[in-house]
Every structure is written in structure tokens, then in C-alpha cells.
Design a binder for this molecule. Structure first.
Ligand code: AMP
Length: 373
């Protein structure tokens, strides 16, 4: 990793130029850093704000070397960074986040194996390679169950819910095309939460308030902060985050997503980066998940987090964008973020709205009253 602190004027390289890269870029800009973004789509959301965009695929080693030649430090906005590229950047000292967190989060089998090995609570699961494994898993775990791909799935993509043995046929079809799948117990949870935190290269950890997340069609729809869970659940979730962060030596902003059932937690997924459920931090905290991330990367001291008291974040997808802007006169308290994507598509994240108040319940009541949530 860079041997000393990186101050303003240095160049941050970002692999991936979507909305997370864009929000990192906005922050890096106001802190005085220069930016270079690697993304295959010209004029991508982060590229619009960068000093330079390298238009190339993520596994193009020539492009990675070009990025390395201009950047003083490199980060990424998603976990599916080409692993060889990440190894190269780590070896030449440009990737303070290292490769361990990427290795674990690029593959659900490794991620679950890690969580199991450090005694973290997760839903029962089995790895399935063929029809025999599938039969064994369905007998051991039963129904309903969720089948997930080991690699490349996000926002519930590649996920299937099974209700009975009749649904196994579809899984068999998938096994013909995929190398491994995860057969996982379906949890009838009360709610989903996430812990977004930042860890420095020296191991200092700062948490953002725990967020409660509501999904629609597996895509995050709404984040409510603080999460409506007990102090005991909050403590367990923070402790899980600490144990995980230490096990894989996290640097930067990182997210763990959990299910809550009664007073029990189950870890669902890890994201080695700022997260959609942490967007509220931009306006509802004194420092955002993105600014804290840049500080960790550049080895500046992390800032203690102060939260205003209540926040609601609504994702704007191709599906609901028009509905919200039809009510724009009622959005006087909404911070509007649009990601600069030129094609509006269903299920595509186009932007988000954040509402902030000193009181979560009052805010929720107002938004419900106005039929905004
Ligand atoms: P994932 O791709 O693992 O993040 O899952 C996307 C969404 O699917 C989660 O946010 C949950 O709403 C749902 N989901 C995933 N795994 C399970 C499970 N084991 N039981 C119930 N719902 C699940």
C-alpha cells in the first residue's frame, strides 16, 4: 500500500464507474484529489466527474497498468474486480484494501466458509454440484429454500426460491450450466439490517448507525435509520462486523447485511465497499460512507460519526422514478441524487432520495402521510 499519507493533489484510481464510483468521486473531488476511473462504458456515471476515464474492460491488464501508472492509490466500487488485476495492484503497493476481502466476497462458497470458520451465525446451507448433492441438500434442509449462484449474483440475480420437490427440476437445469450452487434454508426473518463501517490501515473501526432495509424483488427499496431493532441485536451485529473485519483485515468502508429474527441475527452477505444502504450517511451524518472510505485509503484519520437522528432513503429505479418526480412539489425535504445514467430501465438504479429528520418515527409518519413511502 502507499507508504505515506496521500494528501490533496494526489490521484485516486477507481475500478468501476457506476453510482458508487460516482459518489466516491464527488467526495474525492471536494477533498482535492484527482480521479481516474476505469470502466468499459464511455461517459459512465463516475467518468462524468473524473479527470480521466480509461475506457476498457476490467480484465484488460494493459488498462490496469495504465491506471496504475497515473494513480497514487486504487480502489473499486464493486467486488467483481478481476482478481489478477487486484493481485497486481496489491503487489505494486497501490491497493490498500488488499485482495483477501475481494477473494472472500467474490465467491459465496468462500464467504460462507469464512463465516462458518469464525463461528458467525448464518442460515444452514450446502454446496451443490449435481443432482445427487441437490437431493441430499433438500432432504437435509427442506423447504422453502433459496438457491443462489456462487459467483456473480447481485440484487438477487441468479436466485431461486424453492417451495417443494417440484421446483428441483429448474435447479437441475441450472446445474447443467453452472459449476456450483448454494442451497440455503429460507429464513422467515422479521427484518433485514446492514452494518456499514470503515476500518483504517491500522485497524481502527468506525461504525455508521445500523440501517434497516426493505427490498422489493430482491432489490433494495427503502432504508430506515436507525433500524427498528433492539440494543442487543445492534450489539451482536456490530460485534459480528468486528470479528469479520479482523479476520479478513478490512481496509476502507465495508458492509455486512444481516437478517434479524427475534433477537437472533444471521449474516447474509458481505460487501467490501460502500453500500446502497449507506447512502443516507451523505446527508444524515457529519461524514459519509464515501468520505470515510477515501480517508481510510489515503491514510487520513477516520472521523467520529455523528448522526442527525432519523433518515429514510428511497431508491429510484426505472420502475418508480416517474412516480416520485410526478410528486416533486412534495419533495421539499428530499435530497435528490441522480446518477447520470442516460438509459432509464426497469430495475435499474437511477438515483435515490434521502429524507433527514431528528426523529425517525416522526419522519416515517410524515412520509406515510404524504404517500411517499
Ligand atoms: P442476496 O442476493 O443474498 O443478497 O439476497 C437478496 C435478497 O433475497 C435478500 O435481501 C433477502 O431479501 C432475500 N433472501 C436471500 N437469502 C434469503 C434466505 N436465506 N431466506 C430468506 N430470504 C432470503
Amino acid at each position: 500500500m502507499p507508504k505515506s499519507k496521500l494528501l490533496f493533489g494526489k490521484t485516486i484510481g477507481i475500478i468501476g464507474g457506476g453510482q458508487l464510483g460516482r459518489m466516491m468521486a464527488t467526495t474525492a473531488r471536494h477533498m482535492g484529489y484527482r480521479l481516474v476511473v476505469l470502466d468499459p462504458t464511455p461517459n459512465c456515471p463516475a467518468g462524468q466527474l473524473a479527470d480521466q476515464q480509461i475506457v476498457a474492460s476490467y480484465d484488460d491488464m494493459g488498462a490496469i497498468k495504465q491506471l496504475a501508472s497515473v494513480a497514487d492509490v486504487v480502489t473499486y466500487e464493486f467486488e467483481n474486480v478481476d482478481f489478477k488485476a487486484a493481485q497486481y495492484l496489491a503487489e505494486i503497493g497501490l491497493l490498500p484494501q488488499g485482495t483477501k476481502a475481494l477473494e472472500m466476497t467474490q465467491d459465496r462458497e468462500k464467504e460462507k466458509g469464512l463465516l462458518k470458520s469464525i463461528n458467525q451465525p448464518i442460515a444452514s446451507y450446502q454446496i451443490v454440484h449435481d443432482m445427487n448433492d441437490l437431493k441430499r441438500a433438500s432432504e437435509a434442509i427442506g423447504y422453502p429454500a433459496v438457491v443462489k449462484t456462487c459467483r456473480g449474483g447481485y440484487d438477487g440475480k441468479g436466485q431461486l426460491t424453492l417451495h417443494s420437490g417440484a421446483d428441483l427440476v429448474e435447479v437441475d437445469e441450472r446445474l447443467k450450466n453452472k459449476d456450483r450452487l448454494i442451497y440455503e434454508e429460507f429464513l422467515n426473518f422479521d427484518c433485514e439490517i446492514s452494518v456499514v463501517f470503515t476500518r483504517s490501515v491500522t485497524g481502527e473501526m468506525i461504525y455508521f448507525p445500523i440501517a434497516e432495509n426493505q427490498h422489493r424483488d430482491h432489490i433494495l427499496h427503502l432504508t430506515i435509520v436507525p433500524a427498528r431493532v433492539s440494543q442487543k441485536v445492534i450489539e451482536q451485529a456490530k460485534e459480528a462486523a468486528r470479528v469479520i473485519a479482523e479476520a479478513i483485515d478490512v481496509v476502507g468502508t465495508f458492509t455486512i447485511e444481516l437478517f434479524v429474527k427475534g433477537e437472533e441475527i444471521f449474516i447474509n452477505e458481505l460487501a467490501p465497499r460502500p453500500h446502497n444502504s449507506g447512502h443516507f450517511t451523505i446527508e444524515a451524518c457529519n461524514i459519509s460512507q464515501f468520505e470515510q472510505h477515501i480517508r481510510a485509503l489515503c491514510q487520513l484519520p477516520l472521523m467520529p460519526v455523528i448522526f442527525h437522528g432519523g433518515a429514510v432513503m428511497i431508491n429510484l429505479l426505472g420502475d418508480n422514478l416517474e412516480d416520485y418526480f410526478a410528486k416533486v412539489d412534495q419533495l421539499e425535504r428530499a435530497h435528490i441524487h441522480m446518477y447520470g445514467k442516460d438509459q432509464i430501465q426497469l430495475k435499474r438504479k437511477m438515483g435515490h432520495l434521502t429524507f433527514v429528520d431528528s426523529d425517525r418515527d416522526q419522519l416515517l409518519a410524515t412520509l406515510k402521510d404524504r404517500q411517499l413511502i
